[in-house]
Design a protein around this ligand. Structure first.
Ligand SMILES: *Cc1c(COP(=O)(O)O)cnc(C)c1O
Length: 429
């Protein structure tokens, strides 16, 4: 299987090469030349997420990792529960936060880390993973790579724009993980990482790879839980929609892949905060990236979503086709707070600021459409305790694996949002 760049100005690569490379030299994202359907009868037959995930992964890895290793990688990737919980009639929350860092990014982080370490062990090169994070990616990726020989991880996060728990997770892992606190926005961090990839001096001196959802091994495994959650639905007759609280749109893109592989998804809902670039595109046909604005759903504060290129590619760049598969809604911080209070008051179910945006968008869509919907609940509410607790007027119990991070000492290097500072740091390492 070849992977081509969405900008179509770079050479095609194998899966292994695309995973190691991350971003294509022409700044495009790698995209598989085919998306195969799963065999008839597999979907809806009650298979486990491990089995389905393996079937999915096999079609993208295409022999570049031996089946037995790939099977192990997939089962280690999803070795925590990924349940759907009924919030009310026809509304399910897919709880993606039962992993080590309490956010869905554990899934992509674990798969990527295991694929890369497989390739590196068989190749002997040293690799530095650069990861820009708006909050959850960095820690999920770092946790996936912690202690893995031959891999250094450098995290960049925007100073003052992540929650306290997120910051503790990002800055306290130690070992092969180092953290840069960037005086800027997430978009600055992302731009610095991109610049590093395009810098020929850096590229000649070190093996850089990316762990953002631009990496194929980050977003592809996220399709596993679309298959896994569908199996959990009792009613397979009523149309199913997925509502994705979105930032870089890796999650939604993984859903589109699952749909292409045969999963019967009637519609995707792109749920955003004030950073409403994609809902605006759906409305107008014009994609106009903007600097991101800070919100209480900070992991979605993205002004130029990287996976938009893949969304376009899968629809052959056709706005009408995109509109036919995705509908968009966006919500302000004030609406988000009202939403959280409303859900817990009416149903007793607690949603955090990202998931609740997905919830509100689904409810809006259901006003016009008789469908059942699965909302991706992307993180544990305790990760956003500062925001959630005052709104719901009660304390949230913090899972032990998060409390552990709070007890450790922060270690981070503060730099300006200037590529040269990142470059000097990397060259001095
Ligand atoms: C990363 C993240 C998102 C956004 O996901 P994308 O795949 O980038 O669209 C939403 N919620 C939480 C909690 C996140 O960490």
């Amino acid at each position: 299987m070849k992977y081509y760049s969405t900008n179509k100005k770079s050479e095609d690569l194998s899966f292994k090469e695309a995973v190691i490379r991350g971003l294509a030299p022409d700044n495009g994202l790698y995209f598989p030349e085919r998306i195969e359907k799963l065999p008839e009868g597999l979907i809806g037959s009650g298979k486990s997420i491990e089995e389905l995930g393996f079937e999915v992964a096999k079609r993208f890895v295409d022999g570049e990792i031996p089946d037995a290793d790939l099977e192990r990688i997939v089962s280690e990737t999803v070795n925590f529960p990924l349940p759907i919980v009924e919030v009310e009639k026809d509304v399910f929350s897919l709880e993606l936060w039962h992993g080590p860092t309490c956010a869905f990014k554990d899934v992509g982080g674990r798969f990527l880390a295991r694929c890369l370490s497989h390739f590196i062990q068989s190749g002997g090169e040293k690799v530095t993973i650069l990861v820009a994070t708006s909050g959850d990616t960095g820690s999920a990726v770092a946790a996936g790579f912690l202690g893995i020989e031959g891999i250094d991880v450098v995290i960049l996060y925007p100073k003052g724009k992540v929650s306290k728990i997120q910051e503790q997770q990002l800055t306290t892992m130690g070992q092969n993980i180092t953290t840069l606190e960037v005086d800027g926005t997430f978009d600055d961090c992302q731009a610095m990482v991109k610049a590093a990839f395009n810098d020929s001096e850096l590229r000649s001196k070190m093996n850089l790879s990316s762990a953002n959802s631009i990496n194929v091994a980050r977003f592809l495994p996220q399709s596993f839980y679309y298959f896994g959650s569908y199996e959990q639905l009792e009613d397979k007759k009523k149309p199913v929609v997925y509502s994705c609280p979105s930032g870089n749109y890796g999650n939604l893109t993984a859903g589109l892949f699952a749909q292409k592989m045969g999963l019967p998804i009637a519609k995707f809902i792109a749920a955003s905060n004030a950073n409403d670039i994609v809902p605006k595109y759906l409305e107008t046909g014009i994609y106009s990236p903007k600097p991101s604005v800070a919100t209480i759903s900070n992991a979605m504060d993205v002004g130029d979503p990287s996976n938009f290129a893949r969304i376009l590619e899968i629809h052959n760049g056709d706005w009408d086709a995109v509109k036919a598969s995705i509908v968009g809604y966006s919500y302000s911080d004030a609406q988000t707070k009202v939403g959280m209070k409303d859900v817990i008051t009416r149903t007793g179910y607690l949603m955090e600021p990202h998931g609740v945006i997905g919830y509100m968008a689904l409810k809006e869509y259901q006003k016009q459409h008789d469908v059942q919907g699965i909302v991706l609940e992307t993180a544990h509410p305790a990760k956003f305790g500062d925001v959630v607790e005052p709104v719901i007027g009660q304390k949230i119990e913090v899972p032990e694996r998060l409390q552990e991070f709070m007890r450790r000492k922060k270690v981070a290097t503060l730099i300006n949002s200037d590529f040269k500072e990142l470059k000097d740091y990397l060259l001095s390492k």
